[in-house]
Design a protein around this ligand. Structure first.
Ligand code: LLP
Length: 442
């Protein structure tokens, strides 16, 4: 579904717009978002999960806004018929601004403020995913104050070790999220929710095991554990919860080393996992399988965006034994993509503004920030004639790049530009030094 192609003259084109035009019109560095690709990925999740879960209780897709959110994207998500997962009042404010239907929004967070709970319940969000006993009390208080019944799910720590970077794995025991299965903490959490029928409506159990996951084995374990608890709640507390949420986390290909499943195959596998869990746990009946929801962020927006940089300097450095490493500096770096520094994440990079017949050379692409760890791509083949003024494209920067970006070194953040049908438009404008100085009121 990607609309990126290389023209005969070697110039990269996306959504029918060349990177030369993009750089001329919007400057560099810039995040370029392929609207058709985003919509196609969102639509594929919607359709494939609906099809794969049709014989069970059905499925809903929540786009995880933390991966990347702005007004236009919230509108696209709404138009494509997906739901939205937000994890702060800020993300919720974006949804509210575009009139995103409240009942299609889920609010997450392990330390939601009273103000956020109030904001969510006044707007009528469809679910709040509760994360602690203290929060249950808080939601009860706000629901009482507003005279509403809050729809809640309980986040369960399913004790799964997802094979991903430690900082983005969330299902194992020793971390801050959720109610543990051990010691009946999760069971007691549900009991506490059910003790407030006037203020809380229990929707079901939620788990999220981590991010950038390729192997569905973790989801299998998570589903089995959730289903076990689901049955126990039905048996011992007499509550047939209508939903189960298996969270997000589907991995994407940042380099050729990753081979993600197609959305269709993934949906089939997830449906099989849920079906097997219900067949093997409890009475084995598939009659009352709850509705399943998932929360993909990265898999929808990640591949739909790339970052366009301009090369500023090319510096050969003699490193060891006479070996030369070529450092290619671009006009961005860890402020617009913190993932290499934070998670040792891999990206790729390609020459975007021209063809070259020069021999390929392994280079290190680095940013313009004041630290040595400011690396965009550790080792990459680029034509040896790469030179200042060339444009480079780093694909796969849609998820957690703009949303984790900073203004480190007083660097104004790049704009987000949408391309579609031969046209580009600004979704988030480039920051200016005045934006930054405007915050500095001392
Ligand atoms: N649902 C919940 C409850 C989550 O915490 C997350 C991500 C998602 C869904 C979406 O996961 P996804 O499908 O995008 O993997 N900054 C890190 C990733 C942090 C993920 C946080 N939670 C990175 O850049 O890799």
């Amino acid at each position: 579904s990607r609309t990126v192609r290389r023209r005969d003259d070697g110039v990269l084109e996306v959504g029918g717009v060349s990177v030369l035009d993009l750089a001329r019109e919007h400057g560099t560095a810039a995040y370029i978002l392929d609207e058709a690709d985003f919509r196609a990925r969102a639509g594929a999740f919607r359709d494939e999960y609906a099809a794969a879960f049709a014989h069970l209780g059905g499925a809903d897709v929540y786009y995880a806004g933390k991966a990347f959110l702005c007004s236009a994207v919230a509108r696209w998500v709404m138009e494509e018929g997906l739901n939205l997962d937000v994890c702060t009042g800020g993300e919720l404010a974006v949804a509210q601004r575009v009139g995103f239907s409240g009942e299609r929004i889920a609010l997450h967070g392990n330390n939601k403020t009273l103000a956020e709970i109030r904001q969510a319940l006044s707007y009528g969000v469809g679910r709040i995913v509760v994360d602690s006993f203290a929060e249950i009390e808080r939601i009860v208080a706000v629901a009482t104050e507003l005279g509403v019944v809050a729809p809640v799910m309980l986040r369960v720590t399913v004790g799964v070790e997802a094979h991903t970077h430690e900082f983005i794995a969330t299902g194992h025991e020793d971390q801050k999220f959720g109610f543990s299965l051990a010691g009946d903490v999760a069971f007691n959490g549900v009991r506490e929710i059910l003790a407030h029928p006037g203020q809380l409506r229990f929707l079901g159990l939620h788990s999220h095991i981590g991010s950038q996951i390729f192997d569905t084995a973790g989801f299998e374990t998570a589903a089995r554990r959730l289903v076990r608890l689901h049955h126990r709640i039905a048996d011992e507390l007499g509550c047939a919860a209508p939903e189960i949420d298996l969270g997000g986390g589907y991995g994407i290909a940042y380099t050729s080393q990753h081979t993600p499943l197609s959305t269709a195959v993934l949906a089939e596998e997830m449906s099989h996992i849920v079906e097997q869990a219900f067949k093997t746990v409890g009475d084995g009946s598939l009659d009352d399988v709850p509705r399943v929801s998932i929360e993909p962020g990265r898999a929808i927006v990640g591949p739909a965006m790339f970052t366009l940089y301009e090369v500023g300097t090319v510096k050969p450095v003699t490193v060891a034994d006479g070996h030369v490493r070529t450092y290619v500096s671009v006009d961005g770096g860890m402020s617009d993509n913190a993932r290499p520094a934070l998670y040792d994440a891999d990206f790729s990079v390609t020459l975007a503004n021209r063809a070259s017949s020069a021999a390929p050379l392994v280079v290190r692409v680095v940013g313009r920030h004041c630290e040595a760890g400011d690396i965009v791509v550790q080792d990459e083949w680029l034509p040896a004639d790469v030179t200042p003024g060339d444009l480079l494209a780093v694909p796969g920067t849609g998820a957690y790049c703009r949303s984790l970006s900073s203004q480190y070194n007083h660097t104004p953040r790049p704009p987000v530009i949408a391309v579609r049908n031969g046209e580009s438009r600004v979704l988030i404008r480039r920051e200016t030094i005045d934006d930054l100085l405007g915050l500095d009121v001392g």
